[in-house]
Write a protein that binds this ligand. Structure first.
Ligand code: AMP
Ligand code: MG
Length: 435
């Protein structure tokens, strides 16, 4: 077997930087999006169960949206020109939401109308109640201080879409507003893509089950539940495999089992230690490695590649993408967001792009060291309830390195420190990686 380059054999500067690694991942995700569909990959779900699912069909307007010219205000429908001339307009009728379209509106008339009601034929604007004065018992006129333009306070029929228009393409991840649109268009249920199955393999002799009391030197496996939650949140179906020992045979067996998934996440065993046996095990299964380390911190030993499925491929693609994520919990979380989430989104049929970043203002204290040559993703807490007109404020969470689960739990994002940063300045605008 061809020996492969290993992160432990390579000097740091030979590793891809964050941008290069992200490009490799994005290229692979792009290929996955283009792959032919070889097996049934959809199911039908009721609207009530559609949040977070990815549309496998375009959403079409079954009618004009809105289906009739609709008033956006309580007031009087009228002709804008007559109203702006401050003529006294005779109130010719009244419409409330749910009434059929009325009219035509006689000349020199206004029509009392409520929000959501169809605008009577002949009217081209709506005067708000607050902007009129009554003239005698049966007439109204627009306040002298006001004018009205045609179209004001009316949404024209079909303004949001015409019958048969594609309102949302396949590949759209459904959120409550999109579910509302589907409902308005008469869809009681929708075709969505099946969730990709994501195998999660934890490795490490020190790991015990969550329900167990760790003996001295042991720790509970926290990565499996964390990664399962991240996978579920990103639209995948987590499949947690039994923990594998730091032992060649145990890893070989576990990897063979994992081939039955769409994506494999391996936690631990990819650093430079004597018992980090994951890369050799992957190589024994003829893995193709896209990278075996990235110039980031935490997460430098991250491995990305594809395993051939061989005879187990069946009707599926010939290879299965995998990530070897460093075992330290913060490293696992960061590298999942940076690299695994974009591949998972592609497998889920989603057009959404990951990772997601935002800008925030760095709050003091900025007591973190910079590490030239490594892009850092440091646990931070962003106050998204920003003062009006100000970007959100982000502050570092105190931490004791990338194994600090308390720091991870107290964070809600990761502050990005680019590899060429010389000094961190409070008050500067920084990128944050969003969960
Ligand atoms: P490794 O990447 O295997 O060298 O592990 C790095 C660190 O992460 C070690 O301190 C491990 O004990 C810890 N670790 C590895 N796997 C897990 C896991 N599943 N849950 C929590 N911590 C882990
Ligand atoms: Mg380990």
């Amino acid at each position: 077997m061809k020996s492969k380059l290993s992160s432990r054999a390579l000097p740091s500067r030979a590793l891809p930087d964050y941008e290069q690694a992200a490009e490799l991942v994005a290229a692979h995700a792009g290929k996955l999006r283009m792959r032919p569909v070889l097996f049934p990959n959809k199911e039908r779900v009721e609207l009530g169960h559609a949040t977070g699912r990815v549309l496998a069909q375009p959403l079409l307007a079954d009618n004009d949206q809105p289906p009739f010219a609709r008033s956006t205000r309580d007031g009087y429908a009228c002709r804008a020109a007559e109203a702006s001339a401050h003529a006294s307009l005779t109130v010719a009728g009244s419409s409330r939401a749910g009434d059929p379209p009325a009219g035509p509106l006689p000349p020199a008339s206004a029509w009392e109308i409520m929000t959501g009601a169809p605008v009577p034929a002949g009217a081209d604007a709506v005067m708000m109640f607050e902007h009129i004065e009554k003239v005698g018992k049966a007439k109204v006129s627009l306040l002298r201080s006001r004018t009205l333009t045609p179209g004001e306070n009316i949404v024209a029929q079909g303004a949001q879409g015409h019958t048969g228009d594609e309102l949302l393409p396949a590949g759209t991840t459904l959120h409550p507003g999109r579910i509302a649109l589907a409902a308005a268009c008469g869809y009681a249920s929708l075709d969505v893509f099946l969730r990709p199955r994501v195998a999660i393999l934890s490795t490490g002799d020190e790991l015990v089950q969550v329900a167990s009391m760790p003996a001295p030197g042991q720790i509970r496996n926290s990565n499996a539940p964390m990664l399962a939650a991240m996978v579920a949140e990103a639209g995948g179906e987590p499949w947690v495999l039994p923990t594998a020992a730091d032992d060649a045979q145990a890893l070989d067996d576990a990897l063979v089992q994992a081939i039955d998934s769409d994506l494999l996440l391996i936690s631990g065993g990819v650093s430079a230690g004597k018992f980090d046996l994951v890369e050799p095990a992957l190589a024994r299964l003829r893995a193709r490695f896209h990278f075996t380390g990235v110039r980031i911190q935490p997460g430098k030993p991250t491995v990305f590649g594809e395993l051939p499925r061989g005879k187990k491929a069946g009707s599926r693609s010939k290879t299965m993408p995998f990530f070897g994520l460093p075992g330290n919990p913060i490293a696992s979380a960061v590298t999942f967001l940076l690299f695994a989430a974009p591949v998972l989104a592609a497998l889920a049929g989603s057009r959404e792009l990951y990772p997601r970043f935002a800008l925030a203002r760095l709050a003091p204290p900025v007591d973190r060291d910079v590490k030239p040559g490594l892009t850092r993703f440091l646990p931070a807490f962003c106050d998204f309830g920003a003062t009006a007109g100000e970007p959100p404020q982000v502050a570092f969470v105190p931490w004791h390195g990338s194994g600090d689960l308390t720091a991870l739990a107290r964070s809600n994002c990761f502050c990005v420190v680019p590899e060429d940063t010389k000094i961190l300045k409070p008050g500067s605008l920084v990128r944050i990686l969003l969960p």
